[in-house]
Design a protein around this ligand. Sequence first.
Ligand code: AMP
Length: 140
Amino acid sequence: MVAYDPNNIFGKILRGELPCHKVYEDDKALAFLDIMPRAPGHTLVLPKSPARNMLDVSSDDLAHVMSVAQKVAKAAMKTFGADGITIQQFNESAGGQVVFHLHVHVIPRKTGEALKPPASAKEKPEVLAEHAKKLAAALA
Ligand code: AMP
């Protein structure tokens, strides 16, 4: 198992060195919008602890991240008028992971609408800001 590298992009966001469109934060987790959403409202939920992925995170931190993902999923159903939610979580390159700080994808879905391909297009910052504001309000 490769050791956690604090210079990953989500580590920088967690330390406030890079910006994000935050939707939720508590003492153990942070949630913000994916900048290349596969559907409107696509959110990432991270533990604040330095975990590379599901293979090294503590079970307590993983449980907390999943409980935040559930809160985000429920709020996103209302905020984005979703019919369902897709949860994704990737581990190591072979498992599809690109950023090596554990994160859970929460993706609102509408009936009959396919997901955009991964990392296909950056959403406009003003759209992300508006979505983050609405979702954060639903989570407050
Ligand atoms: P994966 O590691 O495969 O789960 O993919 C990383 C995800 O992070 C992709 O969905 C990217 O669109 C997303 N992403 C990459 N950089 C940023 C960033 N600075 N802020 C928000 N999301 C990001």
